[in-house]
Structures are given as C-alpha cells and as structure tokens.
Design a protein around this ligand. Structure first.
Ligand SMILES: O=c1ccn([C@@H]2O[C@H](COP(=O)(O)OP(=O)(O)O[C@H]3O[C@H](CO)[C@@H](O)[C@H](O)[C@H]3O)[C@@H](O)[C@H]2O)c(=O)[nH]1
Length: 485
C-alpha cells in the first residue's frame, strides 16, 4: 500500500513557502521513509509570484526528493479588492475549501496530517470534516502565536482602541508589552474587518491538533509555557506547541561565490553592517535618504541591499537601475563610501552573507526568517520593523533575548528613523558608541547562536519536539473516505 502522506498547504511568499517546504523535507527525513509529502499549491497572487513558484517547484523536483509531489489547486476568481494578504488568503481559501477537500480525498494513500500555513485557517475545518489531524505550521515565532491566541482575551480586557492606549499590556510569559509593538492588525480600529480577522484567526487556531513553530524552546520558553498551560486561552488547554526550529534551508555555498560574498572576503572580521529589509523590502525615498546619511556619517563598513522604492511609486520597476540608484541616493554617496560600502541593487544571498565572518551587525525588518538566520550565525541586530508582527519580534530581540540594540523609530510616521538615531545605534552595535550596550548584544548573540545549534542537535529540545511530532503524525494516518470527495 502507498505510504501515508503529509499534505502541506503553504501560501506564497519567501518567508512562508520555503520554510514550510523545508519543514516538510525534515518530516520526510525524520520518518525514515515511512511518509511522503504532498504539497498543494494555491494559485499565485501575481504573475511574478507564479514565475517564482514555478522556479521553486522545479528546483525541488530536480533535487530528486521522490517522496515530495506538488499539485496545483485550480484557479479561483481572485478578488481584486481586499485589505491585505490575510483577507486575500482567507477569501481564496473559502472559495478553495472544496478544492482542498477534493485534493485530499482524491489521494490514493492514507493521509497522516494536513499542515497549513498560518493564514490558512479555513483548511482546519476541511481537516476536521475529513477526520485528518491538522497542524498550523507557524512561520513566525511563539510570541506571534501567543498574541493571536490571546487576542480575544485582550480585546475584552482593553475596552478602547489599542492604538490609543497608554501604559503597558500584561501578556503571560512576557515583560510588560508596550501596545505600540502589537502586530499592525491589532492596532487597526476594532470595528475594522482586519482587526476582527485577527481575533477570529486566534479562535480558529484552537481547532488544530497542534502548532509546529519555527522557534526553539531556548528562544521563547516562557511564552511556550504560557500557551501550554492555557494562561492565554482562559485556562482552556491550547493545541500542543512543537518548537522544532530554527528550521533554516541551508544549502552549500555555490562554487562561484556571489559578488557580495567576494566583497566581504576583503573586509576585516565583524566589521560590516548588513542592511537588508527582507523579501519585500522596497523602501520609500525618504527612508533611503536617512539610511544613506547615517551610513555616510558613521564611517563603518556596510553592505546595503537596496531594492528600490515601493512598487506602487514606479509601476513595473522593482530592481533599481544605476540611474535609479543615482536618483535615490544622495549626490556623491557612492563615491564617498567607495571601498568601505557596497550597495547591492537586487536580491542578495542573505544567509551566505550572514554566515560570513566579516559581518558584525544586521539592520533587519525583523521578518522571522531573517531573525532566525541572524541568530543562527550569531550576528547581533538593529531591529527596524516595518509591518505585520515585526514590532513584536523586535521587542523579543531587545527585551527578552538581549541580542539587539534598540532603534528609536516613529511608528506614526510609517516607522521613520532619523539618520542621527541610526548612526548612534550603528556605532553602538559595531563598537565605538555606547560600548556596554553593544558589547552585551554581541555577547548575547554568540550565546544564542550556541543555544540554537544545540536545540536542533540530536537530543536537543527542538530535535526532541520534532521526534514527538513525527511519531504523532506517523500514528495519526487515516484513510480518507472517498465518498466525502
Ligand atoms: O535580498 C534578500 C532578501 C531576503 N532574502 C531571504 O528572504 C527571506 C525573508 O524572510 P523574512 O525575513 O521572514 O521576511 P518576509 O519575507 O518579509 O517575511 C514575512 O513572513 C515572515 C514569516 O511569517 C514574517 O515574520 C514577516 O513579518 C513577513 O513579512 C529570508 O530567508 C532571507 O534570507 C534573501 O535571501 N535575500
């Protein structure tokens, strides 16, 4: 009989798709050949994303992992008016529910589990209907998971708007939390559909069999405990948390090192500041100007992945041309910083860069994958969060883990940071400014790197959680009745 399969339902996006595929591959390896993986591909939101997805799928198929197969879900009418990725995905999924159900029921092997992306909550109902164990694969950290689960409680405890609240919030397992670090959707007006979506997602999560979280107990133990003992769900035990991370797709460096890596080879150890704002890090010109001014004045070495202004401001132009770089950057910037700075105008191999001994600090938008990669290589951070749960992630880095130097930003002004503030923080982080704060962050980053690596080693906390999960999934395989197709 065909081996039981784990069905993955990822959403598109660099921070979501690849981490879930990587987790699926680990489940495959961990099952010792007892399982296969079936990835259900939702239609891409844009033609660009469709090309990216096709390339990723081709790469995975070419890598020869026979036990992973990809199936495209049929296209549905993509709504053109929506309030963001959350609503888009839930609209798509609602129309897709029957296709997901049909795809699972049509499999000619037992189904061990349905693992969905954090946004795919309607799929939890499909799993329940088919009697299949369901897991949410959490591509962010346990703090975000806790905020989602705790949001219905917080909503009742705080009668007004979070955006207008003074003081700090008491969130189990965390030091007092300033409301300004809540995820963007929680700061929306309570009557808005996005805010209601957030609360509803937290409630839906309670239907899952478990949460597979890309974190390690060593990073978020107190939060994981608060979820496990029901402190954030009014005493009702939440689904089990499996902290199996850091899950990072590491590939051997290419034979021909990337130009950025070659440039780093010529720099002294721990001397370079990496500035990179993730897969969607397209910054508007005023922010670019502040960064340039800070980098020019700070006199530190830097590698700046500058991916141009937001798409809307220049339709069709995502990669800046030389002319655009000249226009974006202050006059003479490239000449003045020649030798100590490299501006890279398109996607860069961030992991290979963070792995390089010359990198001493990272200005990051605090996407969870970037954070894990930085921790994995022991690089201290300057958090410049922009959106989603990134402010809460920054709070974890500064106030819980101590691996980052705080950067004062103005959330009211679209997370604006003044050049002088960035310059101060850079010199603190790389040395030369407030020596003590920078030294502490650097030391902590080294300690957390060791903890992360230990967690995934045989017998480590994440390895043990992964073994428990793999065993539970193996035991959970069910034959989905065809008549429910
Ligand atoms: O030039 C670049 C830019 C990015 N990356 C990689 O792209 C990924 C980016 O992932 P992440 O840091 O998580 O950023 P986003 O793609 O912006 O992440 C989305 O998904 C994350 C996980 O759910 C959330 O934490 C974020 O808020 C959300 O924006 C990382 O692996 C980076 O190494 C590169 O390799 N080169």
């Amino acid at each position: 009989m065909a081996k039981p399969t784990v069905v993955l339902l990822p959403v598109w996006g660099a921070g979501h798709f690849m981490p879930m595929i990587e987790a699926g591959k680990r489940l495959l390896r961990g099952s010792g050949g007892a399982l296969s993986v079936t990835v259900l591909l939702m239609p891409a939101p844009t033609p660009e994303a469709a090309v990216d997805i096709a390339a990723q799928v081709k790469r995975e198929e070419a890598s020869g992992a026979d036990d992973i197969s990809f199936r495209h879900l049929p296209a549905v009418d993509i709504p053109t008016v929506h309030t963001g990725i959350e609503e888009w995905v839930s609209l798509i999924l609602r129309s897709h529910g029957p296709h997901v159900r049909a795809a699972i029921a049509g499999l000619d092997c037992p189904v061990a589990a349905l693992v969905t992306d954090i946004f795919c909550t309607p799929a939890l109902d499909v799993a329940a209907e088919l009697g299949v164990p369901s897991y949410v694969y959490f591509t962010s950290g346990a703090v975000m998971l806790e905020l989602l689960l705790y949001s219905p409680v917080l909503d009742e405890e705080v009668p007004g708007e979070f955006s207008e609240m003074d003081g700090a919030l008491n969130i189990p397992g965390l030091p007092p939390v300033p409301p300004s670090v809540l995820p963007a959707t929680m700061l929306h007006k309570k009557k808005m559909s996005t805010y209601r979506w957030f609360l509803e997602t937290g409630r839906c999560y309670m239907k899952a069999t478990g949460f597979i979280v890309n974190t390690a107990a060593e990073l978020e133990q107190s939060v994981i405990d608060a979820i496990a003992d029901g402190r954030c769900t009014r005493g009702v035990p939440a689904p089990t948390v499996y902290a199996i991370g850091p899950v990072i797709a590491l590939t051997p460096p290419p034979e021909q090192p990337h130009e950025c890596v070659r440039w780093l080879d010529a720099q002294p150890p721990a001397s370079v500041l990496l500035v990179c704002f993730g897969s969607k890090g397209l910054l508007p010109p005023p922010k670019v100007r502040e960064i340039a001014a800070a980098l020019e004045r700070s006199e530190h070495r830097f590698l700046w992945v500058l991916r141009g202004p937001p798409k809307d401001s220049r339709p069709g132009q995502r990669v800046p041309t030389d002319a655009m770089l000249d226009e974006l950057l202050p006059e003479g910037f490239l000449d003045k910083t020649k030798g100590r700075g490299l501006v890279w105008p398109t996607r860069a191999p961030q992991k290979d860069i963070l792995a390089h001994a010359a990198v001493g600090g990272f200005v990051t938008h605090c996407g969870w994958n970037s954070i894990l990669e930085s921790l994995w290589f022991g690089v201290p951070m300057l958090p410049w969060p922009l959106d989603n749960e990134q402010h809460a992630n920054a709070f974890l880095l500064v106030s819980v883990l101590g691996v980052a130097v705080p950067l004062r930003l103005d959330r009211e002004r679209d997370n604006f940071v003044e050049a002088a503030e960035l310059e101060r923080a850079v010199s603190t982080l790389l040395g030369g400014g407030d020596g003590e704060a920078g030294r502490k962050a650097r030391e902590k980053a080294v300690a957390v790197k060791a903890a992360c690596r230990k967690a995934v080693e045989k017998g480590g906390s994440s390895d043990a959680a992964f073994q428990r999960l793999a065993e539970e999934i193996r035991r959970g395989a069910v034959n989905v009745p065809k008549k429910r197709n």
